[in-house]
Design a protein around this ligand. Structure first.
Ligand SMILES: Cc1cc2nc3c(=O)[nH]c(=O)nc-3n(C[C@H](O)[C@H](O)[C@H](O)COP(=O)(O)OP(=O)(O)OC[C@H]3O[C@@H](n4cnc5c(N)ncnc54)[C@H](O)[C@@H]3O)c2cc1C
Length: 345
């Protein structure tokens, strides 16, 4: 169905201001598409709460996450990217141009969309967690580590983020205990070695937190635990709990509209195309394997190039006048990633 627009139709709207979004913004701006990026509530995305990024090529000394985000933004704006500080509440994709509605009551129309809404921290889901968030429970060491100078903290998790952030917390805390449900870590070997070499770090193996408790001052003072092997209950006194147990894709805009996999990631083909022609996705919203700044940047690049190509085709051919539901447009724009059979020797 053709949409009733407010007169102005964007070539492309990018949703999300993480590494994938800024990169899509850079490429579409350099491609003269005059793109618009809507930042979302978490300006800069996950990398903006990362203390130090050491594995993004081109920065041998490493740099802070917020500085990397600043640099990405400056570079994209230099080529004309427009930025709106707003959060998208709804996308309408059964009409063309697509419509993007925001929590500030704005409505935008666009011929193409690049979805870069990334992921958010996974919660423990135990009693006390919600009530004590900001009062000792945190999901961001960079943001809150400073408040734990000379204090005792727990870090929950066993992956790279848990160890990276645990190491960062040793700059402030007197002791950092890593609470992990297993007796071995998933984190990279280099981080494991650094954590083991740090005298402020201890490990609490085979343990999960079952409840977080606050003291009379309303701040965290202890947690209840359970041994994952013996099921024995325990308790740890602490001043803070930092949770790094993975992320869930920010997909609330897409349910029932775009194809999602069983974990809630957008399904795209090898060219970042979703099941609706003209809608592309990049970064952790479509990637559950690599989840790095460098890979998100690469996917943002691919989505932008693909959006440019799609717009060129659309301008040249139209989609039968674009006068009906984009979900019924020719499927040639959507080829799910082929399953490759091994080649016989
Ligand atoms: C603690 C931590 C440390 C890390 N360290 C490293 C590291 O050292 N090296 C590395 O390579 N990677 C690291 N990562 C991973 C890296 O940060 C991510 O892979 C990367 O940020 C993913 O980028 P993205 O653009 O896909 O999404 P995200 O960074 O998740 O950004 C998502 C964006 O989407 C926006 N958004 C969501 N919903 C909406 C909506 N409805 N409307 C508008 N906008 C919306 C958010 O506001 C946000 O701006 C780390 C991650 C964490 C959490």
């Amino acid at each position: 169905m053709a949409a009733q627009t407010n007169g102005h139709v964007e070539n492309t709207i990018i949703i999300g201001s993480g590494p994938a979004g800024w990169t899509a913004g850079l490429y579409t701006a350099r491609g003269n598409l005059n793109p618009l990026l809507i930042t979302g509530n978490d300006y800069g995305g996950q990398v903006s709460v990362t203390y130090e990024v050491e594995n993004y090529p081109g920065f041998p000394e490493g740099l802070s996450g917020p500085e990397l985000v600043d640099r990405m933004k400056i570079q994209a704006e230099k080529f004309g990217l427009r930025v709106e500080y707003d959060h998208v509440s709804e996308i309408v994709v059964d009409q063309h141009p697509f419509e993007v509605r925001t929590v500030n009551g704005k409505s935008y129309f666009a011929k193409s969309l690049i979805l870069c809404t990334g992921a958010s921290p996974r919660y423990l889901g135990v009693p006390g967690e919600k009530e004590l968030t900001g009062k000792g429970v945190s999901y961001c060491a960079t943001c809150d580590g400073f408040f734990f100078r000379g204090k005792d903290v727990l870090v929950v998790g066993g992956g790279d983020s848990a160890l990276e952030e645990g190491l960062f917390l040793t700059k402030f805390a007197s002791r950092v205990r890593i609470v992990h449900r297993r007796d071995e870590l998933r984190a990279s070997k280099i981080l494991q070695q650094r954590a083991r070499d740090n005298e402020k770090i201890e490990f609490v193996w085979n343990s999960v937190i079952t409840e977080i408790h606050g003291g009379e001052d309303g701040k965290v003072n202890r947690v209840s635990t359970q041994d994952t092997v013996t099921e024995a209950a325990g308790e740890l006194q602490t001043d803070g709990v930092f949770v790094f147990i993975g992320h869930v894709p920010n997909n609330s805009l897409y349910g029932g509209k775009l194809d999602l996999d069983e974990d809630g990631h957008l399904i795209v083909d090898s060219r970042t195309r979703t099941n609706i022609p003209g809608i592309f996705a990049a970064g952790e919203i479509m990637d559950k394997v690599f989840k790095q700044v460098a890979t998100s940047v690469g996917q943002g690049t691919a989505a932008a190039i693909q959006a440019e190509k799609w717009l060129a085709d659309y301008e040249a051919e139209g989609y039968e006048g674009a006068d009906h539901d984009p979900r019924e447009w020719p499927a040639r724009a959507y080829n799910p990633m082929p399953v490759r059979e091994p080649v016989a020797a």
